[in-house]
Design a protein around this ligand. Structure first.
Ligand code: PEP
Length: 248
């Protein structure tokens, strides 16, 4: 399977900065086919800008969240149909920052994943343990519980999701899971997917958490690491392209 490297810009960017960043990425690719599939998940107001900048390029675009509701009186929410209007391919759901700061539960995350799939947008489902949970030996139980909720909701469409293992203690901290630590959890997730779908090999399981130009190759060399979800390093064209090249 081709690896997938997805950037998560979080709440960063401006019209001018986005244009410069995307231009630098496209210039860096130089019209060549990238070594992995690529996507940029950007703040919702910039989706039409990205749709324009990336049209005809090998880089897909996505959102960082999607509503669990179809439409109606949900002030501030963005529906999957709205994302689809801009040709959005992916939507991150259940990022730890949404779970932590916006109180998103496993049930809400699962409903978002289900809504995204039903609307034709691929959910990038984030799972991951906190430092306290890791130290308490609960890593496997936590990620399995988080993924089980999504599998339960999307049922026979499980092979169409993307999973991102993002240990919370590694996100934006500069602390990365070692390749062995990450692979161990990815193998657990793959086994869980295998029990739920006949095509577990179709599901990309991305690693996220301080992946950068220096550590990407060793993480991406692991058997069950099918790509990366990249925060900070996706804001620097050279670093992001280096990670993409490391996936070869
Ligand atoms: C993320 O936000 O999904 C992420 C992995 O961030 P960072 O790469 O900055 O740790």
């Amino acid at each position: 399977m081709r690896k997938l490297i997805a950037g998560n810009w979080k709440m960063n960017g401006s019209l001018a900065a986005n244009e410069a960043l995307v231009k630098a990425m496209l210039d860096g690719l130089g019209g060549k086919v990238p070594a992995s599939d690529m996507a940029l998940c950007v703040p919702a107001p910039y989706l039409p800008q990205l749709a324009g900048l990336l049209q005809g390029s090998p880089i897909a675009w996505g959102a960082q969240d999607v509503s669990s509701h179809e439409s109606g009186a949900y002030t501030g929410e963005v529906s999957v149909a709205m994302l689809k209007d801009f040709g959005c391919r992916y939507a991150i759901v259940g990022h730890s920052e949404r779970r932590q700061y916006h109180g998103e539960t496993d049930v809400v995350v699962a409903a978002k994943a289900q809504r995204a799939l039903a609307g034709g947008v691929t959910p990038i489902v984030c799972v991951g343990e906190t430092l306290a949970e890791r130290e308490a030996g609960q890593t496997e139980a936590v990620v399995k519980r988080q993924l089980a909720a999504v599998i339960h909701a999307v049922a026979h469409c499980t092979s169409e999701i993307v999973v991102a293992y993002e240990p919370v203690w590694a996100i934006g901290t500069g602390k990365t899971a070692s390749p062995e630590q990450a692979q161990q959890v990815h193998a657990v997730l793959r086994a869980q997917l295998a029990a739920a779908t006949q095509h577990p090999e179709r599901v990309h399981i991305l690693y996220g958490g301080s992946m950068n130009a220096a550590n990407a190759a060793s993480l991406l060399a692991q058997a069950d690491i099918d790509g990366g979800l990249i925060g900070g390093a996706s804001l620097k064209a050279a670093d992001f392209l280096h990670i993409v090249a490391s996936a070869a």
